[in-house]
Design a protein around this ligand. Structure first.
Ligand code: PMP
Ligand code: GLN
Length: 386
């Protein structure tokens, strides 16, 4: 077919295919163990799956309300109040989205206009920057570095100006597996006080925090809450990343704008799964047990590779583990990740791709949301890498 290059002036000229797709594809082609893209290799619960079937059989198969099934929004409201003491009104302050990705896109699309600056902390999850760019915003990058990946709040203060419209935080953090502490949240609260800066808090791993630490939701801090969009994803919490259901909570005035965009980006999200999730959320053990579940997986994996030549960084949350390979090779992390997949048979994600600049700290990200048997096989291989 004839192609007409002049038809398109790319709005995202620098963007290629996501690293998750690239590495998962390579893992499939080479039959490597796929610890790259973050998704469980075990099933979501039978109970939850049965609840979806029941909802479908009951005839709950037509459009859900634009903002989501009310029963689900009520359960989310209750959960946030129980955990963080924050009150979000189910009618006006909670919207069900097609995964956290759509929630993030919509929050940005509904508030960022030409020339607005948005601060993100790198290494950063990959969907923030394109969403900012597509909406005419300018991404301002603040770097965090291994091994602590701490945010330097003094740096943040310096980067703020009249054009700063949004700061995006993410805790627990993908890809570094760090978490924000109370003092980080207080520092942020202080910095944004008396400004018109919106906070977008990506909390998709809210229920995967280890070693008895507390998840620092923006909703815990009333002065942050009143200017924040908070997004989460059931895919992470209930082992069903393919269902693509998440949510956004925000004060009424922010949510009103969010919904103006949401109704034209997706209108509404699939109905039977929302009814099922509403029912499943009634038992808090279904999500409160997750910290322990994934901490066991982390410990299992880390114990197995203690004797390897990889340096093990602390994983404080998420289902990711960073491993440093500078004791093995000085190859670029993208090259090493490919070689590890092709030659050894374990796929991971090179962390440099989450930086804007070419920062290569010889770090790979491994997903441990896997059956112990998978982790065992992967560890056997990693122990042989010299
Ligand atoms: N934010 C972060 C930090 C993530 O890791 C992910 C996905 N893994 C998302 C957002 C997107 O979540 P979803 O799959 O629900 O769109
Ligand atoms: N969030 C997942 C990860 O970090 C991947 C999601 C995706 O493939 N877009 O691995």
């Amino acid at each position: 077919m004839t192609e007409y290059p002049s038809l398109i002036k790319s709005k995202l000229p620098k963007v290629g295919t996501t690293i998750f797709t690239v590495m998962s594809q390579l893992a499939n082609e080479t039959k490597a163990i796929n610890l790259s893209q973050g998704f469980p290799d075990f099933e979501s619960s039978d109970e939850l799956i049965n609840l979806v079937t029941q909802a479908m059989k009951k005839g709950l198969n037509q459009y859900a309300p634009m903002s989501g099934v009310l029963e689900l929004r009520e359960q989310i409201s209750q959960k946030i109040e129980n955990l963080h003491g924050a009150k979000y009104h189910p009618e006006s302050e909670i919207t069900i989205t097609s995964g956290a990705t759509q929630a993030i896109y919509t929050a940005i699309a509904s508030t960022i206009t030409e020339g607005d600056e948005v601060i993100i902390f790198t290494p950063a999850y990959d969907c923030y920057e394109p969403a900012i760019e597509l909406n005419g915003g300018k991404t301002v990058f603040i770097q965090m570095h291994a091994p602590s990946y701490k945010i330097d709040w003094e740096d943040v203060k310096k980067m703020i100006n009249q054009r700063t419209k949004m700061i995006i935080i993410n805790t627990p953090h993908n890809p570094t597996a760090t978490i924000l502490k109370e003092k980080d949240m207080l520092a942020l609260e202080k910095i944004v006080a008396d400004t018109d800066i919106i906070v977008l808090s990506d909390e998709v791993y809210e229920h995967i925090v280890f070693d008895d630490k507390t998840h620092q939701s923006a909703s815990k801090y009333p002065k942050l809450m009143e200017r924040s969009f908070i997004v989460s994803s059931f895919g992470k919490t209930f082992h069903n990343t393919g269902w693509k259901i998440g949510y956004c909570v925000a004060p009424k005035n922010l949510m009103k704008e969010f919904r103006k965009a949401h109704q034209f980006i997706v209108f509404s999200v699939n109905t039977p799964m929302q009814y099922a999730l509403a029912e499943y959320l009634k038992n808090e053990n279904n999500y409160m047990s997750l910290n322990h579940f994934y901490q066991q997986k982390r410990d299992f994996f880390v114990d197995l590779i203690k004797g390897s030549k990889f340096e093990i960084l602390p994983s404080k949350g998420t289902y990711f583990q960073l491993l440093n390979y500078k004791g093995i090779s000085d190859e670029k992390d993208t090259d090493f990740a490919i070689r590890l997949t092709k030659e050894y048979g374990v796929a991971s994600i090179p962390v440099s791709v989450f930086y804007q600049k070419n920062i290569d700290e010889k770090m790979l990200r491994f997903c441990f949301a896997k059956e112990n048997e998978t982790l065992l096989k992967a560890a056997e291989i990693l122990n042989k890498v010299v």
